[in-house]
Design a protein around this ligand. Structure first.
Ligand SMILES: NC(=O)C1=CN([C@@H]2O[C@H](COP(=O)(O)OP(=O)(O)OC[C@H]3O[C@@H](n4cnc5c(N)ncnc54)[C@H](OP(=O)(O)O)[C@@H]3O)[C@@H](O)[C@H]2O)C=CC1
Ligand SMILES: O=C1O[C@H](COP(=O)(O)O)[C@@H](O)[C@H](O)[C@H]1O
Length: 499
């Protein structure tokens, strides 16, 4: 992170953005809406050009129509600003290329040569990871690249350590690590970045952030959605690879890492890697006690009946893929020894909710009503989505003449929408696209982070496979298998449930 991003944003430099997979789901649902928002906020470089690339034959005018239709569909209730839309569409061009074949790349090179001035080339690979290597190779062989070229790659980077290494090697054969931007869209969420501010700008928390003061940490990422037509992909991955390997481990790293010496990308990423290296591995015995896998069966979400995982479109009816995981893990280092981190994520839960709860230890000597001892210690509740905010649960005296010194838990609450009503919370992809344009890597995942995350996940999956047990069933619309509640109750605790 350079000086300028530490304080106020500066003007974004103009770039040439080549979007591979420009007619795919990610591009149309997330990336073009994010780029349009950047346009509306005046955050696109003045002469930035955007080249859509896909296999389908299409004129630029028809491509602009498709992008307009996608914006109308995906900008949830927002009215398109006509002038802004016109400015945005003017930037777009389209080329039909089969990415696997070298021939088409001459057209990309020619487009690049038409740039009005020297500017960075930003390549976004919104395509399956299986063709990242071919695209990188063809871009180089087709003379499309120079030293300004940076590449953005999507998750999942592989299926395990070996496959992720193969993908990273293919990318690394063309791009140095300093020009590779691996997306984990959770890092682009405003509230996730706020974890850095919360922890390192507030001495109140900085001094308490260790095993002397924190008893345990919960991270919940619950989704209401099911598989949404992605059964083929999801069934190969499962919730552990789809959500824990990346998003939940990134959240855990931001909570557990030591303070970086500055806000440079590598300073932050070095600290995250130390956390990943310190995660306790799972032995088969620990696995049985501390990990619960689930798969949803038919149920109801928001009052609507929904099918079970095995009855989703395209399902293989004998699949044992997990759609829910709960686990207890530990970061084995001086700061966190003995502090359980409880992680939980699942599809078809009753709420969409991403939340971190830090439970502080009780006072060493207790002087209030013994009946209230178990009432509560302080909790810091960090709501990442949907209602972004931070609440600190404190104990105060219950008011009233008849109450004596009765305690009452209550929140010191910072709701971002009411505290900062004018500020729109940008979508993660807006932030991430902007950072690539500026050449800042601190919100992207470095190769060794991916590797250590896979190492940990691989040994967990290895232990799982050795047990060969089926996931536990849970009805859609519930908080997961009962065993996930028992898992935390065995430690005398419960999942925080004030949703
Ligand atoms: N969609 C999402 O919400 C998310 C997606 N991702 C990742 O983003 C990437 C893109 O995903 P998504 O948009 O869903 O996938 P899609 O399949 O919807 O889009 C991929 C696009 O790439 C095109 N493509 C594939 N191979 C070639 C080729 N050889 N030549 C030309 N075009 C090609 C496809 O064209 P055609 O239709 O002609 O085959 C398609 O338009 C994947 O890596 C995915 O894992 C990550 C997180 C979320
Ligand atoms: O990466 C993924 O994330 C989404 C959840 O993202 P969110 O921003 O809506 O919380 C998940 O549904 C998807 O399966 C996974 O691939």
């Amino acid at each position: 992170m350079t000086q300028e991003t530490r304080s106020v944003a500066s003007a974004t430099p103009s770039v040439d953005l080549a979007m591979f997979g420009a007619l795919g789901d990610l591009a149309l649902r997330k990336l073009f809406p994010a780029l349009y928002h950047l346009e509306r906020e005046g955050l696109l470089g003045e002469t930035t050009r955007i080249l859509g690339l896909a296999r389908q034959t299409l004129e630029t005018a028809a491509f602009r129509d498709k992008v307009t239709a996608a914006l109308k569909t995906h900008l949830k209730g927002e009215t398109l600003d006509k002038a802004c839309l016109a400015r945005f569409l003017e930037r777009l061009e389209f080329l039909s290329v089969d990415f696997a074949k070298p021939e088409g790349y001459t057209t990309i090179r020619d487009w690049r040569r038409q740039a009005p001035d020297a500017r960075p080339l930003m390549i976004y690979l919104a395509v399956p990871a299986s063709i990242y290597g071919a695209i990188c190779h063809n871009l180089k062989a087709g003379d499309c690249l120079d030293d300004s070229a940076r590449v953005v790659v999507e998750k999942p980077i592989g299926y395990d350590l070996d496959s992720s290494n193969a993908i990273n090697d293919a990318i690394g054969a063309v791009f140095p690590e300093s020009r590779v931007y691996r997306i984990d869209h959770y890092l682009g969420k405003e509230t996730v970045q706020n974890l850095i501010a919360l922890r390192f700008a507030n001495p109140l928390f900085g001094t308490q952030w260790n095993q002397n003061h924190i008893s345990h940490v919960e991270i919940t990422v619950a989704e209401k959605v099911g598989i949404e037509g992605r059964w083929g992909y999801f069934d190969q991955a499962g919730q552990l690879r789809d959500m824990v390997q990346n998003h939940l481990l990134q959240l855990l790293c931001l909570i557990a890492m030591d303070p970086p010496s500055n806000l440079d990308a590598d300073a932050i990423r070095d600290e995250k890697v130390k956390v990943l290296k310190a995660l306790k591995p799972f032995t088969p015995e620990v696995l049985e006690r501390d990990v619960v896998r689930g798969q949803y069966i038919a149920g109801s979400v928001d009052g609507q009946s929904v099918p079970g995982y095995l009855d989703e479109e395209g399902a293989n009816t004998t699949s044992r893929t997990e759609t829910f995981v709960a686990m207890k893990t530990e970061v084995a280092n001086w700061r966190w020894a003995g502090v359980p981190f409880y992680l939980r994520t699942g599809k078809r839960m009753p709420e969409k909710l991403s939340q971190i709860v830090i439970h502080f230890r009780q006072q060493p000597h207790y002087i209030f009503d013994p009946d209230q001892r178990g009432l509560a210690s302080n909790k810091l509740i960090i709501r990442l989505q949907p209602e972004e905010g931070i609440a600190l649960q404190v104990l105060t005296k219950d008011s009233g003449l008849d109450k004596g010194m009765r305690l009452r838990p209550g929140p010191l609450d910072l709701d971002f929408n009411s505290a900062f009503p004018k500020s729109r919370i940008p979508d993660a992809y807006e932030r991430l696209l902007l950072e690539v344009m500026k050449g800042q890597q601190y919100l992207f995942v470095r190769r060794d982070e991916v590797e250590y995350a896979w190492r940990w996940i691989d040994q967990l999956i290895g232990a799982w496979e050795a047990r060969d047990d089926a996931p536990r069933r849970y009805p859609a619309g519930s908080w997961g298998p009962v065993a996930s509640i028992a898992m935390i109750t065995q430690d005398g605790r419960s999942w925080y449930e004030d949703y």
